[in-house]
Write a protein that binds this ligand. Structure first.
Ligand SMILES: Nc1ncnc2c1ncn2[C@@H]1O[C@H](COP(=O)(O)OP(=O)(O)OP(=O)(O)O)[C@@H](O)[C@H]1O
Length: 281
């Protein structure tokens, strides 16, 4: 049995004219990181809403097919259990901060308070998360006075504190500079190492190449390519769908064009370095 399974999913928002997701089926294994890519408006966020259970619960509309978690339809899961199993980090960190707490520490504790966890345990968990995410310097600050990048890290901390098994992360770096982006991917990597199952929407394709185990390519609501990251991100068809290939994959194709292909097609810097060292010592 798959950990999470989409079976023949089609979905239309209440106000949309046509289906936004079209006949999508896929099986997801526990502990993997799935990169979800596609051009704008292709349906990536809608797919996240579906996995999170916000569809049909929150958005309503017409849903066909099934979303199964551990073999059970999400519509049959208790919504409280679902909420504690799946964490959702939104595209916009500003919509993730409650605005009602005076310090970052209290903000991170908020979700745990809502779960009715004892105060001592809350304090321990918040301290652990603050250390893990390296944000001790932010703990006493007012969340409303943080920069976009700082808010994004606090949004992550709030979700990490909840210790959800499944994380849906929608374009976490859209507001961040290169350093902030590295910091967020460092956190995502830590979560991956903890065995979380992660769904990640991200336009920065070099990062998907680096971190994803498998990739799903969505185009106009259809699942067009899927599978192992190094196979999918080597495919030049993605360029016709408005998706860039990783820089290293483009280099690997160039090497083929000049009849000097790498022994093994590379999509990450580490793989390219290995191939280059092998050839030129
Ligand atoms: N609440 C809604 N009601 C009606 N239509 C919606 C709603 N949310 C999204 N849509 C439509 O569904 C389609 C897919 O949107 P979605 O946000 O899932 O795409 P996306 O791939 O995440 O886009 P982006 O990369 O720009 O964030 C779009 O045509 C969008 O206009």
């Amino acid at each position: 049995m798959s950990y999470i399974e989409l079976r023949n999913i089609s979905y239309k928002y209440p106000l949309s004219k046509a289906n936004v997701l079209k006949n999508i089926s896929y099986s997801f294994e526990k502990g993997n990181l799935y990169g979800i890519i596609g051009s704008n408006n292709s349906g990536k966020t809608t797919l996240c809403n579906l996995i999170k259970g916000l569809i049909p619960e929150f958005y309503e509309g017409e849903l066909y097919g099934e979303v199964l978690i551990e073999g059970k339809d999400v519509r049959k899961w208790d919504s409280n259990i679902l909420a504690t199993s799946i964490g959702y980090i939104f595209q916009n960190p500003f919509s993730q901060i409650s605005g009602i707490k005076e310090t970052v520490f209290e903000e991170i504790a908020l979700g745990l308070e809502n779960l009715g966890i004892k105060e001592d345990e809350i304090i321990d968990r918040v301290i652990d998360v603050i250390k893990l995410l390296n944000i001790t310097d932010l703990a006493k600050k007012n969340p409303n006075e943080l920069s976009g990048g700082q808010r994004q890290r606090v949004a992550f901390a709030s979700i990490v504190a909840m210790n959800n098994d499944i994380l849906v992360i929608d374009e976490p770096t859209s507001q961040l500079d290169p350093q902030g982006t590295i910091e967020i991917f460092d956190i995502i990597n830590k979560l991956k190492q903890q065995g979380k199952t992660i769904f990640l929407v991200e336009h920065k394709i070099d990062l998907i190449a680096e971190y994803a185990d498998e990739v799903l390519v969505i185009d106009e609501g259809e699942l067009k390519h899927w599978g192992k990251t190094n196979e999918i991100l080597a495919n030049k068809d993605l360029l016709n769908r408005g998706i860039n290939l990783p820089q290293v994959a483009l280099l690997s194709h160039e090497m083929e064009n000049i009849n000097e292909p790498f022994d093994q097609f590379a999509i990450t810097k580490a793989e390219a370095k290995k191939q280059i060292a092998k050839r030129w010592g």
